[in-house]
Design a protein around this ligand. Structure first.
Ligand code: PMP
Length: 432
């Protein structure tokens, strides 16, 4: 990659959440293997992000690669309308088997945001089939469900990320976020705001949707499982479908295969994505109960009205199947447990650092909430210089490493975070 390539990138290519006039620096990655990203200058850095929660078994995994090559020899793609193929059938069988018995029907789509759009369309069509015009979704503050319009409309309305589009978005209902954290006592006051909205607006609500246990982009909060239990009870009482967005948390990240298992609560609709292909190709799924699927099929149009061009892409399905087969060996449990143990031992003590407001650990997620916002350009440079890839946001420095990370590499990630906290210049100390 030449200097002129870098210049081209800078001038012509949008990266996530970036400005084309004044973009933050981008680092060129030439290849990746295991937990390492290889930079243009030949340096290997340790990935603490699993490419945004997806690369759970590490990069360039031989089993995942083989599954792609094998599928490629048969076909890379074929339309899913009027056609089916063995890779999609195998993957959907695995998904139905992995998820609670109730979740029986699978809709495959392109990305997490689309899986959320699909879930919302399902809810609307479900009520239409029942002869009711219900179009509002009840969710909780500080949520995040993606960057497409319906997904934004149920993400936190005050988060600066989406605020600019507010006037364009459908109006949904937001209960206060739970304050009882995962490891602390349950405070029953937490459910009151949700309960009140349910009671007042139950006839308008098409569904309840939220991230179970971990609110990701909305602040990396881990909330109490009882909150989910209470929500499930209310949904049952009012006969309102419950949707869980497990796009970030699914496939073992929190120490359970699905985060909702911490609460023993089963949703009516489940959205999956990110780690489903082990971070290889984009693919997502929305699973529903048979009752919801059947009801949708009785709506006035009698079909579910969604069908992306690359739906059920054979390469993505094949690699997702291979990823699930690796998970079925159950090594992830020990791997995530060991990561959690080390995070407890070495990350948690950072709570005593004067710059730190809170440290939270759950499964293979470690979060350091600082008292000031980070200076993104400077802290990113600092991390890379120190041999790690960590991408913080606002006041949150967090790591979600590949499950295969060694204890030495994890120690290095934690030590570099520790070192960054000692450096005033990496934080906007005037931010509140
Ligand atoms: N839901 C959650 C909880 C997420 O964390 C994300 C992505 N960060 C999405 C949905 C959207 O997924 P995608 O980026 O694949 O569209």
């Amino acid at each position: 990659m030449s200097q002129s390539d870098i210049f081209f990138d800078h001038k012509h290519i949008w990266h996530p959440y970036s400005s084309i006039i004044n973009p933050l620096p981008c680092y060129s990655v030439m290849s990746a293997k295991g937990v390492y990203l290889k930079l243009k200058n030949g340096k290997n850095i340790i990935d603490g992000m699993s490419s945004w929660w997806s690369t759970i078994h590490g990069y360039n995994h031989p089993v995942l690669n083989r599954s792609l090559k094998k599928q490629m020899r048969k076909m890379s793609h074929v339309m899913f309308g009027g056609i089916t193929h063995p890779s999609a059938i195998l993957l959907c069988k695995q998904l139905v088997k992995l998820t609670p018995k109730k979740l029986d029907c699978v809709f495959l789509s392109d990305s997490g945001s689309i899986a959320v759009e699909v879930a919302i369309k399902m809810l609307i069509q479900y009520w239409e089939a029942l002869g009711e015009q219900r179009t509002q979704i009840l969710t909780i503050r500080n949520g995040y469900h993606g960057d497409t319009f319906a997904a934004m409309s149920i993400s936190d309305p005050n988060n600066s990320m989406h605020r600019i589009y507010n006037k364009f978005l459908p109006r949904n209902l937001f209960a206060e976020k739970p304050t009882s954290s995962f490891h602390k006592e349950w405070n029953s006051v937490d459910i009151q705001s949700f309960k009140k909205i349910m009671r007042k607006k139950s006839k308008q609500i098409a569904g309840v949707m939220l991230e179970p246990i971990v609110q990701g982009v909305g602040g990396m909060n881990f909330y109490h499982p009882t909150y989910l239990k209470e929500i499930k009870k209310l949904c049952k009482n009012y006969s309102i479908p419950l949707v869980f967005d497990e796009i970030a948390t699914g496939f073992g990240r929190t120490g359970k295969f699905f985060a909702f298992q911490h609460a023993n609560v089963v949703p009516d609709i489940l959205c999956l994505g990110k780690a489903m292909t082990g971070g290889t190709i984009t693919l997502a799924a929305t699973l529903t109960s048979r009752n919801i699927a059947n009801t949708i099929s009785r709506s006035t149009v009698s079909c579910f009205m969604h069908g992306p061009t690359y739906m059920g892409n054979p390469l993505a399905c094949a690699v997702a199947s291979a990823n699930i087969k690796i998970l079925e060996k159950n090594e992830w449990k020990k791997q995530v447990f060991n990561i959690e143990k080390q995070l407890y031992q070495n990350l948690l003590p950072l709570i005593h650092h004067p710059r730190v407001k809170d440290v939270r650990v759950l499964g293979a997620i470690g979060v350091v909430e600082c008292s000031h916002c980070v200076n993104m350009a400077l802290i990113q440079k600092f991390f890379v210089k120190n041999g790690v890839w960590i991408r913080p946001f606002k006041k949150i420095i967090y790591i979600v490493p590949p499950y295969i990370i060694s204890m030495d590499c994890l120690r290095k990630l934690i030590n570099v975070i520790k070192k960054s906290l000692d450096n005033d210049t990496l934080f906007n100390v005037n931010s509140v």
